[in-house]
Design a binder for this molecule. Structure first.
Ligand code: SF4
Ligand code: SF4
Length: 299
C-alpha cells in the first residue's frame, strides 16, 4: 500500500469522476479507459466467472486497455512478438495496480482484475483469451463500456487499435458514470472479411456461415484449441512434458528429456515470462483490419 486507504464501502469522494480517473490512468501509461456496471455483466457471465463471486459492493469496473507497440506487431519473429507483448501485458497489470492504489488514496475502495493470471479455482482452464488479450468477462466489459465491439472470434476490437490491445480491470466503489456500448459492430463479419479465420493455425474461429447470417449468430471461438496455440509452453505442455519424463524407459532417456529445450522453455514461462506464456499466438490480431493503427501495422 502506497498511502492511506480511507474508503469505507459507502462510496468515494466527490472528486473521483470518470475524467479524473481517465487522466490518472493515462499518466500511468494506459491507452484506453472505460467504465461499466459490474453487476450488469452477471447474467451473461459463465458460472465460473460471475462478478458476484468477487464482490457485491464494488459496483463499477474500470476497463483498461494497453496497445501493442507497432514495432512489435510488425516484427516477423513470432517468438519475439510473444515475449515482447508479454511485457506489455505485465506493464498494464502494474499500471492497474497503480490506479487501484491511487483510488484508495482518494477515499475509494479498489482491487485489480488481472487479465493474464486466471483464477484456477473458478476458471475451467488457464486461458486468457485470444493472444492473451483478456478473459471473456473483461472483453464483454470492454464492449459494455463502449471501448469497442467483439470480433468474429470474440476478441475485443477497438476503433483506435483494433484487437491489438491487452485488457485489465479495476473494481471500485467509486460511483462513476458508465459508458454506453458502441452503436454498430466494428467487425464486418465472416463473409465481408474473415481474415482471422483464414490465418488461425488451429481452426478455432468459425469459417462457414449461412448467407446473410448476422455476426452475432456466427461469432464464436474454440477456446480449448486457441489456448493450446496461445500457450505453447503453458500448463498443457508442461503436463505432457512431465508425462513423457515419467514414461522414460531409461535414466538416460529421462535425463535427455529433462535437459531438452522444452524444459528450459517451460521454466522460462513459469518464472520469468508469466504473461508471455499466454501470448504465443496472436495471428488473428495481426491481420485484423479494424483500428486506426492498422495502416502502420500492415505497411
Ligand atoms: S489465430 Fe491464434 S490467437 Fe487467434 S483464435 Fe486462432 S489460435 Fe487463438
Ligand atoms: S479479422 Fe475481420 S472477421 Fe476477424 S475480427 Fe477482424 S474484422 Fe472481424
Amino acid at each position: 500500500m502506497t498511502g492511506p486507504a480511507s474508503g469505507n464501502g459507502n462510496g468515494a469522494g466527490p472528486t473521483l469522476n470518470a475524467e479524473a480517473i481517465r487522466a490518472q490512468a493515462k499518466t500511468l501509461g494506459i491507452d484506453l479507459v472505460g467504465f461499466c456496471s459490474w453487476q450488469e455483466l452477471e447474467a451473461e457471465a459463465p458460472d465460473y466467472d460471475k462478478p458476484s463471486q468477487l464482490s457485491i459492493y464494488l459496483t463499477r469496473l474500470i476497463v483498461l486497455a494497453k496497445r501493442y507497440p507497432t514495432g512489435v506487431a510488425r516484427s516477423p519473429d513470432a517468438a519475439f512478438r510473444q515475449y515482447a507483448n508479454g511485457r506489455v501485458a505485465r506493464h498494464l497489470e502494474e499500471a492497474a495496480g497503480g490506479l487501484a492504489y491511487w483510488l484508495e488514496q482518494r477515499d475509494a475502495i479498489a482491487c485489480v482484475l488481472s487479465a493474464t493470471i486466471p483464477d484456477l479455482r473458478r476458471q475451467p482452464m488457464a486461458y486468457a483469451g485470444p493472444g492473451g488479450q483478456g478473459s471473456l468477462l473483461l472483453r464483454q466489459a470492454a464492449a459494455a463500456s463502449g471501448l469497442g465491439t467483439l470480433g468474429l472470434n470474440e476478441m475485443i476490437l477497438t476503433p483506435e487499435y483494433g484487437p491489438r490491445v491487452f485488457l485489465a480491470g479495476v473494481l471500485t466503489d467509486a460511483a462513476v458514470e458508465c459508458g454506453q456500448p458502441l452503436e454498430a459492430e466494428l467487425c464486418p463479419g465472416l463473409q465481408e472479411c474473415g481474415r482471422c479465420a483464414e490465418v488461425c493455425p488451429v481452426a478455432a474461429i468459425p469459417s462457414s456461415a449461412a448467407t446473410g447470417a448476422r455476426l452475432a449468430e456466427v461469432r464464436g471461438l474454440d477456446a480449448d484449441a486457441c489456448s493450446r496455440a496461445c500457450q505453447p509452453f503453458g500448463p498443457d505442455r508442461m503436463v505432457e512434458h512431465l508425462a513423457d519424463l515419467f514414461a522414460s524407459k531409461s535414466a538416460a532417456e529421462a535425463v535427455e528429456i529433462a535437459r531438452s529445450p522444452a524444459t528450459q522453455q517451460i521454466f522460462y514461462n513459469l518464472t520469468v515470462q508469466r504473461q508471455g506464456a499466454y501470448t504465443g499466438c496472436q495471428s488473428c490480431q495481426l491481420v485484423c483490419p479494424v483500428g486506426a493503427d492498422y495502416a502502420e501495422v500492415d505497411r
